[in-house]
Ligand binder design. Structure first.
Ligand SMILES: [Zn+2]
Ligand SMILES: [Zn+2]
Length: 268
């Protein structure tokens, strides 16, 4: 998958690679340090998250990434402080209407994951798209299967922001694995028509107002009756994905789910 180096030591190629790894050990994509990667780590001694991340994120950085597991909010995926009990609706989802069905994320937006996303987005290190995309892919298969989704759409950037950055990070996080798994991927169907203020500086209420009317459908016929998965890098208050979901539902999408790499959890 994704061209992660095959480090099987059984084949002549594997032996050469093992030699190369000893001479040029892999460097961590987050902290840049060289570290020893044990190919047996991919064999099953570690949890799925660590197996996926071990070839490119060192053990120390991995230990800073908090994977999100139950109990979480059934709808928005917020992890609850109490680690006991079943999944249930959170206070915010009871109070505020969500246009999406469920949102899930790989890990808490904190520590090494914040660093990785910042390097990827603002440091323009698009080579991180591969490892981070793998983590998004792993989350997808944890909560969905490919028969349950008809169309994957990355949250679009405004054309000016896209020109400035040179890439849409949400698109890079899902285009390859969507294609590889034969799931229709469409980065053009939804467009960001309004230039909004950066959401990071705003309160929750301001975010909702700021993002209202920001998205429109370019090809409404492509979403009609479809089960759609929206992909983004970070879920903060959910205003952005909720607004996208509203537009998609208005375009007669049958259901909209949300998948992000990280999930901001204020209280942690
Ligand atoms: Zn590291
Ligand atoms: Zn919720």
């Amino acid at each position: 998958m994704f061209g992660v180096r095959n480090r099987s030591h059984r084949t002549p190629l594997g032996i050469c690679r093992a030699f190369l790894d000893a001479v040029f050990p892999p460097s961590c994509v987050v902290c840049g340090r060289y570290y020893r990667f044990d190919p047996a780590d991919k064999g099953g001694n570690l949890s799925t998250f660590h197996q996926v991340a071990a070839p490119f994120i060192c053990g120390s950085c991995r230990s800073e990434i908090v994977r999100i597991d139950s109990p979480v909010c059934i709808q928005c995926g917020l992890p609850f402080i109490s680690r006991q009990g079943e999944d249930h609706l959170c206070g915010d989802c009871i109070k505020t209407k969500k246009h999406f069905r469920t949102a899930r994320a790989q890990a808490v937006y904190d520590g090494a994951l914040v660093k990785a996303i910042h390097i990827f987005k603002y440091g323009k290190k698009t080579r991180l798209a591969e490892p981070l995309g793998l983590l998004v892919c792993e989350t997808f298969f944890r909560f969905w299967d490919k028969e349950s989704i008809d169309l994957i759409i990355p949250v679009p950037l405004h054309i000016q922001r896209l020109r400035q950055r040179g890439f849409n990070q949400a698109a890079l996080l899902c285009s390859r694995w969507a294609d590889r798994n034969g799931i229709t991927y469409d980065a053009r169907v939804l467009k960001r028509q309004k230039k909004t203020l950066p959401q990071t500086t705003l309160t929750k209420k301001e975010r909702r107002k700021n993002i209202r009317g920001a998205f429109a459908l370019r090809f409404p016929q492509r979403v009609k009756g479809k089960r759609i998965l929206l992909v983004d890098d970070v879920y903060t208050t959910g205003s952005t994905v909720n607004e996208c979901a509203r537009v998609l539902k208005r375009g007669k999408a049958s259901a909209v789910d949300v998948l992000t790499l990280a999930r901001a959890v204020d209280r942690l």
